[in-house]
Design a protein around this ligand. Structure first.
Ligand SMILES: [Zn+2]
Length: 240
């Protein structure tokens, strides 16, 4: 019988720091941008506000309750913690949330172009669909509202003119989804500049989405969204 892999708080803090350094090295965040949280039962380990992710140390991380109230640590939790809290409230199985300001993915949202998930088979299988939310003033109470329609079905989304939001069963999964998004944005841009970027056929997308569901990578709702096309649903997302 296999034991569930439950990590200690020091181990989770170390995981979170590793992800922050990686985000910084990969240029997914600039200066003090971005934030990462890991759920620990009824507590959340969160990056503090105003610290460059490349220089963050484990003892600077904060612990809050599920309402974002500081439980331990010195400083202010990330200003965008409301977004993280809503995710944990709506998706009890999610154990980590990664928010970055990945430049290429963000540029697509400024150009008002949905990320074309149907360029790469792997993206359909592992992410399904990547919606772009409505615009919200960063760190405002609008932040959670614009993600709310997508949280029930999607593990990866673009916050318009702002950045990426990815969810995972652990922080590595959430981070990997961020890497996938920015990689897709880079490939899409390169293919576009080469002059031809044909999409996968609807039948190919259907088949890939089914594999994604069968393999446990994506939810049936995400598969449905991938097959229907995010665009069509974007006007009236399902309320969660
Ligand atoms: Zn942000």
């Amino acid at each position: 019988m296999s034991m569930p892999n439950i990590k200690s708080e020091p181990e989770l803090r170390q995981d979170l720091i590793r992800i922050c350094r990686m985000m910084s090295l990969k240029n997914y965040v600039a200066a003090t941008d971005g934030n990462v949280t890991i759920r620990m039962g009824d507590r959340i380990i969160a990056t503090p506000s105003g610290v460059n992710k490349g220089f963050l140390e484990a003892d600077q991380l904060l612990v809050t309750d599920l309402d974002g109230q500081l439980v331990s640590g010195v400083g202010r939790p990330t200003t965008e913690i409301r977004i993280h809290l809503l995710v944990y409230q709506m998706r009890p199985e999610v154990q980590a949330v990664v928010h970055a300001h990945a430049p290429l993915a963000t540029a697509f949202s400024i150009a008002d172009i949905l990320l074309p998930a149907d360029l790469l088979p792997e993206v359909i299988m592992t992410l399904g669909a990547i919606p772009t939310t409505e615009y919200a003033t960063p760190a405002s109470e609008e932040g959670p509202e614009v993600i709310r329609p997508w949280v029930p079905s999607c593990d990866a989304m673009i916050l318009k003119r702002h950045g990426t939001l990815t969810l995972g069963r652990d922080v590595y999964e959430a981070y990997n989804r961020l890497e996938k998004i920015e990689h897709l944005a880079a490939v899409a841009l390169a293919a576009h500049s080469l002059g031809r970027s044909p999409r996968l056929s609807k039948a190919q997308v259907r088949r890939l989405a089914q594999i994604g569901v069968d393999s446990g990578y994506i939810s049936p709702a995400a598969a449905q969204l991938a097959c229907a096309g995010v665009k069509k649903s974007a006007g009236k997302p399902k309320k969660g």
